[in-house]
Design a protein around this ligand. Structure first.
Ligand code: DGL
Length: 259
């Protein structure tokens, strides 16, 4: 039964596990297969064509593994490749985009900050969502180097602290009251970010919204898993399993796969 097939997720690496956590917490009965394409990280510095090719490669592997729906657990891949993926493959796709809209609608200072990759901030899809909020000042900052440090397991390093301070201080000086995390790796930086930004600045990411959207799309397509057995959670990486296992608090086993 197709309902019992897995939800597939992919990211350029370990960041999309922040999305997986939200999906698994809302849909614990669902089987999932996660692909960390860490060997090709960061996607954020690649061209649109390269990001499309990598997204197709990941999608094809998830389809070979019979996934019933695919979550593009990466803002960079979503904003650069989701249209092409939807045109090329029949399976339903869920994408993640920076949560500009809820931040812009709630901002009292009419100034919000966004931290994302170069690939996301330069994408047409991102420019379109910014254009929907002409009255709000949107301070864009590329998170140069952050994904590489996270992929290397250096989340708590002094280098990370320095980079975050240099990216966030100018936003704070411009009086932002919302900070949008536009990259699925960045929720892992929330404890460090909170040490830098004032308490009144709210941090928004897209994980919960993606999980809710996945539930809706599964329902609409009659794809909710109806099996009465423990669900399986499979993680594949084409780099070091240890880094993902650590970020998942050693609760899940991660398997090396060449893809
Ligand atoms: N985690 C990804 C995102 O949400 C991509 C990071 C990267 O590989 O540059 O944008």
């Amino acid at each position: 039964m197709i309902q019992n097939n897995a939800i597939g997720l992919f990211d350029s690496g370990i960041g999309g596990t922040s999305i997986w956590k939200e999906v698994h917490s809302l849909l614990p009965n669902e089987n999932t297969i996660y692909l960390a394409d860490s060997i090709n990280a960061p996607y954020g510095l690649k061209t649109k064509e390269e990001i499309i090719a990598l997204s197709c490669k990941n999608t094809e592997l998830l389809l070979e593994l019979n996934c019933k729906i695919i979550i593009v657990a990466c803002n960079t891949a979503t904003t650069n490749a989701i249209q092409e993926l939807r045109a090329k493959y029949k399976v339903p796709f869920i994408g993640i985009e920076p949560a500009i809209k809820p931040a812009a609608l709630q901002s009292k200072t009419q100034t919000i900050g966004i931290l994302a990759t170069k690939g996301t901030l330069n994408s047409e899809l991102f420019h379109k969502s910014v254009a929907n909020h002409p009255d709000v000042k949107i301070i864009e900052q590329i998170g140069h180097g952050l994904v590489q440090l996270i992929e290397n397991g250096d989340i708590n390093s002094p280098e990370m602290e320095e980079l975050l301070k240099s990216y966030l201080t100018p936003m704070i000086e411009k009086n932002i009251d919302f900070l949008v995390l536009g990259c699925s790796h960045y929720p892992y930086l929330i404890p460090q970010i909170k040490k830098i930004i004032p308490e009144h600045v709210q941090i928004i990411d897209s994980g919960e919204a993606v999980a809710k959207q996945t539930l809706n799309i599964l329902k609409q397509n009659n794809l909710l898993n109806n099996a009465n057995e423990k669900s399986s959670q499979i993680f594949y990486t084409n780099s070091e399993p240890e880094v993902i296992e650590t970020i998942l608090n050693h609760q899940e086993k991660v398997i090396f796969k060449n893809f």
